[in-house]
Design a protein around this ligand. Sequence first.
Ligand SMILES: [Zn+2]
Length: 230
Amino acid sequence: MSENTFVVEKICPVCEKPTRIVKTRSRLNLLRRDEDGYVQFENFNPCYYTVWICEHCGYAADEKTFTSTFAERHLKILRNALLNRNIKIPFTEERTLENAATSFRLALKFLEILKGKSSKRAKYAHQLAWIFREAGDKVQETEFLTKAAEFYEDALATERFPIDTLTDNTVIYVLAAIYWRLGEQQKTTTYLSQLINDKELRQTDPRIYDKARDLWRDIRDAKKQSGSRK
Ligand SMILES: [Zn+2]
């Protein structure tokens, strides 16, 4: 039992059995917000529960994917991959870091099998990086930030935006923020200047424009502090 979660029952789209799903409550105390979108709450990380897992067949996806209807050929692929394998992911209401990491790895795996959208794979990889950041695991954070950046770049090149509420300018900003975290100044600057040099952005998306300016300032301050060092 946790004060931040509760359990509901949903039908798994792959095996069609009812499975328990953990949902999170939204009243949380915010502690910190990073430039790439990571938000830290007091004693709880809702990202741990982004991915729903079927306790019978092991299918894993975010709420939106889990609850929407599949194309028949996708269902066939997933059923072939899952139903005879006896993959059992034990249900747990309170996920550990390891449980949460497994859930993202599974969700990424299924998207790979289905040749799913890079924008969605980017979101999973990015959130997985965040849970490692929170846990202080720099190595795995870097691994998944790098993956997230690759997926976001592929999404920019191949997908049509906006995707739900995600705009291409948001993705460009997030790429700048991720590369900043990864210490890749050249790439950070390239993406940021796309936003800052966009004369219309200030009117069309002032929120992203301001965030880009803030990050630009942080980078200049950091450069000043490090003097001539690269
Ligand atoms: Zn299932």
